[in-house]
Ligand binder design. Structure first.
Ligand SMILES: [Zn+2]
Length: 399
């Protein structure tokens, strides 16, 4: 991925040491992933359930043609990457992090062909967490455990909110890993959504596999008009809903700002956040008043207040909004900054060393539209560091 520093003044003497230090930070990150996660990473451990002959799922359709989307390790990695591309595009502070090896569960074909229902989930969970079988099921307490089988139809998947496990069929589509992870953090389907940037979606379950060309079917259900006849606001709502990660349609590539707020709030109360998130988020929002705990619902109001939190090491500072944060000390390399909404400008008071800030390397100076909106600017006169994101509410997604 292309990475360039957004340095305005090429004569700035800080450039060379800055680059050296940034490279050093990057190398340290490679050596010590644990303390350098660039986002709030949700750890996921993936396992294939084998059949009675020790084979991985290889589902076929009625004509015998392969229809598995998850059969190889690479299939899993591609799905994780797709989930992260969606989270990046939506400007979420969360990312999916595949942990450990992608393992196989060899239990004589048990659960291999089961449809993922509540009963199946309960049975697999009971066996995987049983001390007699947890090693066989590669159960991890520090991650969400995903079990992939050859469930019979439609690519069923099931998760339970506030749990550390979900199951899905190898027939499920790639977005399912992100979809179920969102459920675990408490997010609901579009047809139950409390968000006002998601429209009605009462018929989504009845017609789950609509493709892009079917959007008029949907808009006629909700507005009685084809997509092109809608107002721009209605079109925005229609696209937010029709292509939403939390529906059942074929093209699912987005989450709305309100849904991302739901996810952040879900992260606050998620029972296993201390184990499953690689680093915990600390939210900062200078526009807010009231209590300050660093949670999404009760963010710190100032950067200084957040840094005074003694538990700040190995946490991710998420700038949720506001502007003009003052920095009164040098940040250590374990401090990650993730601007999530609006524009953030950080003003150092004295002896500020920009190079001591560790930011997502893939975000530095990227200029590919909204995909990597975070950038740093160094201005010699004010020694200002600014990190800005596009206004989320203006964002439009590519189809
Ligand atoms: Zn769902």
């Amino acid at each position: 991925m292309k990475t360039t520093l957004g340095v305005k003044d090429k004569k700035d003497k800080r450039i060379v040491p800055l680059i050296v230090l940034c490279l050093t930070v990057a190398l340290l990150c490679v050596a010590s992933i644990r303390t350098c996660s660039a986002y709030v990473e949700i750890r996921i451990s993936v396992n294939f359930i084998l059949d009675a002959n020790g084979n991985r799922p290889h589902p076929t359709d009625v004509n015998g043609n392969p229809e598995g989307n998850f059969e190889t390790d690479q299939d899993v990695r591609d799905a994780i990457a797709l989930g992260n591309e969606i989270l990046s595009t939506c400007e979420s502070e969360f990312r999916l992090e595949l942990v450990g090896d992608i393992d196989d569960v060899d239990d004589g074909g048990r659960f291999f062909a089961d449809e993922w229902t509540d009963d199946t989930w309960n049975d697999v969970h009971a066996r995987a967490t049983n001390p007699d079988h947890s090693a066989q099921y590669h159960w991890r307490t520090d991650a969400i455990n995903l079990y992939i089988n050859e469930g019979p139809w439609g690519g069923t998947a099931i998760s339970h909110p506030n749990s550390r496990m979900f199951g899905m069929s190898a027939r499920a589509d790639e977005v399912t890993i992100l979809h179920e992870t969102c459920h675990i953090l408490g997010m609901v389907h579009t047809w139950n959504s409390p968000c006002d940037d998601v429209a009605e979606d009462h018929n989504s379950q009845a017609q789950p596999w609509q493709t892009f060309n079917d959007i008029d079917i949907y808009t006629n259900e909700v507005w009685g008009s084809n997509f092109n006849a809608l107002t721009s606001h209605e079109q925005w709502l229609a696209e937010n809903t029709f292509f939403n990660v939390m529906c059942y349609r074929t093209v699912r590539d987005r989450l709305t700002p309100c849904q991302l707020d739901n996810m952040a709030e879900g992260g606050d109360w998620y029972a296993y956040r201390g184990q499953v998130f690689t680093d915990l988020p600390i939210y900062i929002n200078s526009d807010r008043t009231g209590g300050q705990t660093g949670n999404f619902m009760t963010p710190y109001h100032t950067l200084v207040k957040a840094l005074d939190d003694e538990s700040i090491d190995n946490r991710v500072l998420v700038f949720e909004g506001g502007n003009n944060y003052t920095l009164d000390r040098i940040l250590n390399a374990d401090t990650e900054l993730v601007p999530r909404l609006g524009t953030v400008k950080i003003y150092p008071e004295s002896s500020f060393q920009a190079s001591s800030i560790s930011v997502p390397s893939q975000s530095l100076g990227e200029s590919e539209g909204f995909r990597n909106p975070f950038h740093l600017e160094f201005n010699e006169s004010s020694e200002r560091v600014s990190a800005s994101t596009r206004n989320k509410h203006e964002q439009r997604f590519k189809k």
